[in-house]
Design a binder for this molecule. Structure first.
Ligand code: CMC
Length: 428
């Protein structure tokens, strides 16, 4: 028999259907609540609100589990590649050799961007943060591919937009950086694979020979896998809500890039390094900074600590911590900031404030350290996160569309003034 929950409001009992997921997650279906009771639910930050049913990513914050389409993040990070994971997320199954070959071939065919994109890029001052440039260039694709605006686009048309998104992302990302440093842009070298192609566009200078270091390319590929999806987080929910208005894939993803930019979300990886550098400059007294983070009046938070859903450990942080050690060893990097990070982690993990609030290092605590070791500029850290998250955003946008979900439109409890008479300005 279908389970129900009971809600008593003003002495009257209402039955709410109970929905269970494949991993036994439980939800109370309140879709008819307003109609039946006249009441809505109130949930700041949507901490307890399920906005959709999704078959893409499973996450158990208490147990530290993260799976894409049923495959554990540990397995995927150890054995898969970013494009294979992208295919899995977007199309639901691991690809065969032929399917992956076609997918990556299709992506290679679309790595070039329209030359007029350079004119748009030229309009940005070199002080522009690469995330703002990336979001703008991504959205500009609606102008170059106006057919993408058609909400009833065929499956082939949607596939083309997906391929174009994945293909052009590294080009836009590298160009956003070149704009910031005032260097000429590099065109994609399609003899290289996804991450190597990006690295060459990012680093190569016309006057110098550039060879991609395979250690750097492999580490980047793993980082992108770890960031590829994370179910209904701030940027993904943004992509879904924008997409729910039947906005194009490019504008939906552009909105996701903007949501990711904030320091409480993807922007945290940049903030972590800035924080570690500030601690180093201040003499390396980690206790002092921990105390500052505990002082609510300081307005300071320990960046890279805490997570909305992981209250035990972040499985991505575990993998990244090990990858950071490997990369630093292989590249022979001895970063004094890493020592501060380790000290900070050690002090925070035995401090009752952090223990009681279940605040552990998250993915961003270590990703910044690896990006730094790989030579990625600090302003580009969040752009790297966006590159990784792209397949997740695409998969979620596609799922929303295929499930024909309604437009997203939360309610509110109004707490403002009641009706009052307008007073002319000369009588106020
Ligand atoms: N440093 C100090 N105190 C913290 C921190 C922190 N990093 N994070 C949370 N707290 C405290 C917070 O002040 C609150 O204390 P109290 O109960 O006394 O008022 C308590 O812990 C719960 O915090 P919250 O803000 O209600 O928790 P949340 O689930 O709304 O926020 C978070 C999650 C990630 C925004 C938050 O932990 C944070 O701001 N962390 C720092 C930024 C960061 O590293 N973000 C990256 C997240 S992982 C990448 C991604 O997926 O975006």
């Amino acid at each position: 028999m279908a389970k129900t929950a009971e809600l008593i409001l003003d002495g009257k009992t209402y039955k709410l259907p109970v929905v269970e997921g494949t991993e036994n997650e439980v939800a109370l279906d309140i879709s008819n609540l307003l109609e039946e009771t006249g009441a809505i639910t109130l949930d700041f930050g949507y901490k307890n609100t399920g906005a959709t049913k999704s078959a893409i990513t499973f996450l158990d914050g208490d147990k530290g589990i993260l799976r894409y389409r049923g495959y554990s993040i540990e397995d995927l990070a150890a054995h898969s590649s970013f494009l294979e994971v992208a295919y899995l997320l977007i199309f639901g199954e691991l690809p065969t050799t032929d399917q992956l070959g076609k997918f990556s071939g299709d992506i290679k065919r679309h790595t070039m961007v329209h030359e007029d994109i350079k004119k748009i890029l030229d309009g940005f001052p070199s002080t522009s943060h690469p995330m703002g440039v990336l979001a703008s260039l991504f959205c500009a694709q609606t102008a170059f591919y106006p057919e993408s605006l058609d909400p009833n686009r065929s499956a082939e048309g949607v596939y083309l937009s997906i391929v174009r998104s994945l293909a052009k992302m590294p080009t836009f990302a590298a160009w956003a950086y070149k704009n910031a440093v005032g260097h000429p842009v590099n065109y994609p070298d399609n003899s290289l694979e996804y991450c190597s192609r990006f690295l060459k566009m990012l680093y190569a200078l016309p006057a110098e020979q550039y060879e991609v270091d395979p250690v750097v390319a492999d580490a980047l590929d793993k980082l992108l896998i770890l960031h590829a999806d994370h179910e209904q987080n701030c940027s993904t929910s943004t992509v879904r809500i924008v997409g729910s208005s039947k906005a194009s894939i490019y504008s939906s993803i552009s909105a996701g890039i903007n949501a990711l930019w904030g320091p409480l979300h993807g922007g945290a990886n940049q903030e972590v390094i800035l924080m570690l550098e500030a601690i180093k400059k201040d003499g390396g007294d980690t206790e002092k900074w921990i105390n500052k983070a505990k002082d609510k009046n300081s307005g300071f938070r320990l960046m890279g600590f805490g997570h909305r859903v992981y209250k035990n450990f972040d499985p991505r942080a575990k993998i990244i911590k090990k990858a950071a050690d490997d990369v630093l060893n292989k590249l022979g990097v001895n970063d004094p900031v890493l020592e501060i990070a380790m000290k900070l982690e050690e002090v925070a993990l035995r401090d009752p404030y952090f223990i009681e609030r279940k605040l552990y290092p998250n993915v961003d605590f270590y990703s910044g350290i690896i990006y730094r070791a790989l030579g990625i500029p600090v302003d580009m850290f969040t752009v790297m996160f966006a590159m990784g998250r792209l397949p997740g955003w695409i998969a979620q946008w596609k799922e929303l569309r295929e499930n024909k979900e309604p437009i997203g439109r939360p309610r509110q409890i109004y707490v403002g003034q009641q009706l009052r008479d307008y007073v002319p300005i000369n009588k106020r």
